[in-house]
Design a protein around this ligand. Structure first.
Ligand code: NAP
Ligand code: ZN
Ligand code: ZN
Length: 350
């Protein structure tokens, strides 16, 4: 066991405070990682505040991890000491069930091991996430970060990147696809960059009129402010695919109304409360409403390799660990351009 400095929420909604976690000695197939940077995902906030219920405390959030390999177990072959690597939302799964064999470990029949707010596959040992100086993760759940990507800006790819990549790929985003991205936050800005790099015609649907210049700089071709029913009516039926990253309750019907016939809206944002839906919003135009949960490990590597080839990273504001509570408030207020990345070097050793 190694004692490692971390930051934890001691109970639901309480500010995060310094904390110490024990990391296991690397087993034969383990990789021990010195965490360099960890992104702050809105899901960290939902869970630290127990907005989805069932959260366990103390909680060390963080599932957008980039670090350097410090030690490897005897059988590890894919990474070496000194390599730049990433860890996302999962640290293990059963590895044998159909979803695991098909590369959708997030739907493991046994339930995957989430990076935090969960347990290892023994279902006893709690997992603690990336707001900590070191992680020990089985090789199979460690991703290679391509050369040339700045580690602080690559960290958000491990959740915001894969969560938007997966539905764009699954629903056929390609040259000329008319894609709308609802919400220009951490996930939304990655969706814009990725969809634009795939050749799509990208429109941002945002509640913040001040984000238009950013949206265009990120690669969007059009920008619509969505405040009321009239603003959705003005958009008309325009999109083949809409990726909804909105974190707060909102009317799905309004967004569905912007789809062309047979268009698809994919929910990736997880508002804390349920949303009623008028059946006509789907029936008119044979529209489809879908959901998407992060992405599998092989798919995550594919996304990272694409980002390496296209030089795509997140726009980040790097902060010290001590500013995490302030950063949470700012994310909730929509005051981040477009992801906080915590510098773990600012967390003193225990
Ligand atoms: P974020 O940075 O806070 O972005 C959310 C964006 O939603 C905001 O920037 C804002 O964009 C928009 N928004 C906020 N309140 C709104 C409202 N009342 N009406 C309309 N738009 C509103 O959060 P994030 O880290 O990107 O995460 C987004 C959501 O995805 C969260 O719920 C998170 O838990 C979830 N998530 C899901 C997965 C998955 O696997 N499905 C993975 C990661 C995260 P504008 O200012 O442009 O309007
Ligand atoms: Zn996340
Ligand atoms: Zn499985």
């Amino acid at each position: 066991m190694t004692r490692v400095a971390a930051y934890a929420a001691p109970a639901a909604g309480r500010p995060l405070v310094p904390f110490v976690v024990d990391r296991r000695e690397p087993r034969a197939d383990d990789v021990e990682i010195d965490v360099l940077f960890c992104g702050i995902c809105h899901s960290d906030i939902h869970q630290a505040r127990d907005e989805w219920s069932g959260a366990t405390f103390p909680m060390v959030p963080g599932h957008e991890v980039v670090g350097r390999v410090r030690r490897v177990g005897a059988t590890v072959r894919r990474v070496r000491v000194g390599d730049l690597v990433g860890v996302g939302c999962m640290v293990d799964a059963c590895r044998t069930c159909v979803p695991c064999r098909h590369g959708t470990e997030q739907f493991c029949d046994a339930g995957c091991a989430w990076t935090y707010n969960g347990t290892e596959m023994d279902r006893v040992t709690p997992t603690f996430g990336g707001y900590s100086k070191r992680l020990v993760v089985t090789e199979r759940f460690v991703l290679r970060v391509p050369d040339g990507l700045a580690p602080e800006a690559a960290a958000p790819l491990l959740c915001a990147g894969i969560t938007t990549w997966s539905p764009l790929r699954a629903y056929g985003c390609q040259r000329g696809t008319r894609v709308a991205v609802a919400g220009l936050g951490g996930l939304g800005h990655m969706a814009v960059k990725l969809a634009a790099a795939m050749g799509a015609e990208v429109t941002v649907l945002s509640t913040s009129s001040k984000k238009e210049a950013d949206a265009r700089r990120l690669g969007a071709h059009a920008f619509c402010v969505t405040r009321d029913a009239a603003s959705f009516e003005a958009i008309g039926e325009r999109f083949d695919l809409l990726v909804d990253t909105v974190s707060a309750p909102h009317d799905f019907g309004d967004y569905l109304s912007t789809l062309r016939p047979h268009g698809t809206m994919v929910l990736v944002g997880v508002p804390p409360t349920a949303t009623p839906l008028d059946a006509f919003a789907l029936i008119h135009g044979n529209r489809r409403l879908a959901g998407s949960l992060i992405g599998g490990i092989a798919e995550t590597q594919e996304m990272l390799d694409f980002c390496g080839a296209h030089r795509i990273v997140s726009d980040v504001e790097v902060i010290p660990m001590s500013k995490v509570n302030e950063a949470y408030e700012r994310v909730v207020r929509g005051d981040v351009r477009y992801r906080f990345s915590v510098d773990l070097a600012t967390l003193p050793d225990v």
